[in-house]
Design a protein around this ligand. Sequence first.
Ligand code: NAI
Length: 334
Amino acid sequence: MAQKAPIRIVVTGAAGQIAYSLIQMIANGDVFGKDQPIYLHLLDIPVAMGVLEGVCMEIDDLALPLVKGYVKTVEPEEAFKDADAAFLVGSMPRREGMERKDLLAANVKIFKVQGQALDKYAKKDVKVLVVGNPANTNAFICSYYAPSIPKENFTAMTRLDQNRAQSFIAKQLGICVSHVQNVTIWGNHSSTQFPDVINAKVLQNSKLMGVYDAIKDTKWLESDFIKTIQTRGAAVIKARKMSSAMSAAKAAVDHMHDWWHGTSNGNWVSMAVVSDGSYGIPKDLVFSFPVTISNKKWEIVQGLNITDFARSKLDFTANELVEEKNEAEIVCSA
Ligand code: NAI
């Protein structure tokens, strides 16, 4: 049988810790399929080129047949040339004494430049996943500066938050994580996100039931559970002295895999996508919604029950995103 034509996959921040796990999984066919050859386009900044050289040596040493070649570069023009999909991981980490505003200012500028390069050099149907923080607002800026590429092609990652929530519920009930479905992360990938299990289901003792019925502790679900998921990233940093990397890479794989191959019947996943006004969320914000996907196109799940409790959480995280978007627009237009 004839081999598929290779596709071009960009990873930015390619010398960083998330990329170190992510590149191996992409190269192994975990995202685009075990029959899909790829070229890897690896972008980082000049000081990281030595480390990236070592990563490339390891890509050779993996001896994975799907990898037809790689480009390692500091030039966005070269990295995004003819790209089919892009994982935008690279960004500046928060340094001691740095305010959230300073971090946002530094990072949105990176995504402005990369948006401009995507606009000029990538394929028009490129699928862009932003991982680098502040992920939602970076995705908004990236899309804004790539007007020739549909807005729907820019997404940001909240899948790690979804995976965390799913895993936590499974552990609480002593069931397999695959028996928890339709957990939703709403809003920003930040501590204002709303991990929502109101519409989620679990398979327990061969019976499909709502999470609230299975857990039987509304108070816990609406306080400790939410807080634990919202602050999980900080807890990992405290323990590991570094931020989540292996789990972030796996979440990026899950996100792009489902975008590429679609969601299964009756299941949805959480992705930060451009708002069309659904659930009263201001249009154009990059907001995490429950989505189903087919033919590489996502659709926001409609008609879910939004309780008064949920409404206040959705509005709170949307307000934070409005503020971030306003700040980012000021920084990028200066
Ligand atoms: P890291 O610091 O290990 O790696 C970042 C890499 O990006 C470095 O190699 C750096 O040189 C590179 N970089 C910096 N500026 C760049 C530019 N202009 N172009 C290309 N590369 C550039 O960080 P790590 O742990 O890999 O995390 C990366 C990002 O992912 C961080 O912003 C982190 O906050 C975010 N993150 C997001 C998660 C999510 O769920 N959305 C989860 C975990 C991390």
